[in-house]
Ligand binder design. Structure first.
Ligand code: SF4
Length: 233
């Protein structure tokens, strides 16, 4: 029996990368899919924040202050990392301070400057705020272990590209680190190298947040990584 397509598929207009007529281009569907995942993250984080009487921004800030504690961040650092204005961040830090979750301390490097750190109460909230059990379960259920490293590598390529374009701040991940040497090994599973710990890295080993990170001075290194193995010299 020959199945007839529903009338809505009868148009002769077809996107170049799909068998469906009038389908948005693949890149737009990809962006829509990323947006769905971001929505799940946003909703999950907002729910956990609300359970602790925090706004979503206050929860983001508390997590950031804890993650970057080794850098003793100032308000300006937090604003730059989140891509927000200093007054917005200052107000949210003030709210966290009134709730007893963060405190300000003199910067040992500059007595006129003030840094922000978590109190023990704030640090105790961080584990619950930062762990999206439902989303983690969904990823583990939907994406086979062997594919997760590849997906991480692709997402980091996108993040690095956005950083290169100045659309998001540079963060402490391997691909923006001065110790990262892309495409240094012939091993297809571990082609990259971390010069700090002198070890080969595969996509699944790439770090999204590393306390040993130092900014890459050589922008060509990131470009080489983005360009892939063909750019290896
Ligand atoms: S120091 Fe950390 S961020 Fe830099 S390449 Fe090594 S593991 Fe990656």
């Amino acid at each position: 029996m020959v199945r007839r397509a529903p009338a809505r598929y009868a148009s002769t207009t077809m996107s170049s990368d799909s068998g469906f007529p009038d389908q948005p281009p693949l890149v737009e569907r990809l962006l829509a899919a990323l947006d769905r995942v971001a929505t799940a993250q946003r909703v999950g984080r907002a729910g956990r924040a609300a359970r602790h009487g925090l706004s979503r921004l206050q929860a983001d800030l508390l997590l950031l202050i804890d993650t970057r504690a080794d850098e003793q961040p100032r308000i300006g650092d937090l604003a730059a990392w989140l891509g927000l204005t200093r007054p917005t961040v200052s107000e949210a830090v003030g709210a966290l301070e009134r709730k007893g979750l963060v405190e300000r301390a003199a910067d040992p490097a500059d007595r006129r400057a003030v840094t922000v750190r978590c109190t023990s109460r704030g640090a105790a909230l961080v584990a619950d705020l930062g762990t999206d059990v439902d989303l983690r379960d969904a990823v583990e259920s939907a994406i086979p272990e062997d594919d997760r490293g590849r997906l991480l590598g692709l997402l980091l390529r996108l993040i690095r590209e956005l950083q290169e374009r100045g659309q998001i701040p540079v963060t402490r991940m391997c691909v923006s680190c001065r110790f990262f040497e892309p495409w240094s090994h012939d091993d297809a599973h571990r082609p990259h190298h971390c010069a700090l710990v002198d070890t080969a890295l595969g996509d699944a080993d790439l770090r999204v947040e590393c306390p040993d990170w130092e900014p890459a001075e050589d922008a060509r290194r990131a470009v080489r990584w983005l360009a892939g193995r063909a750019s290896r010299r």
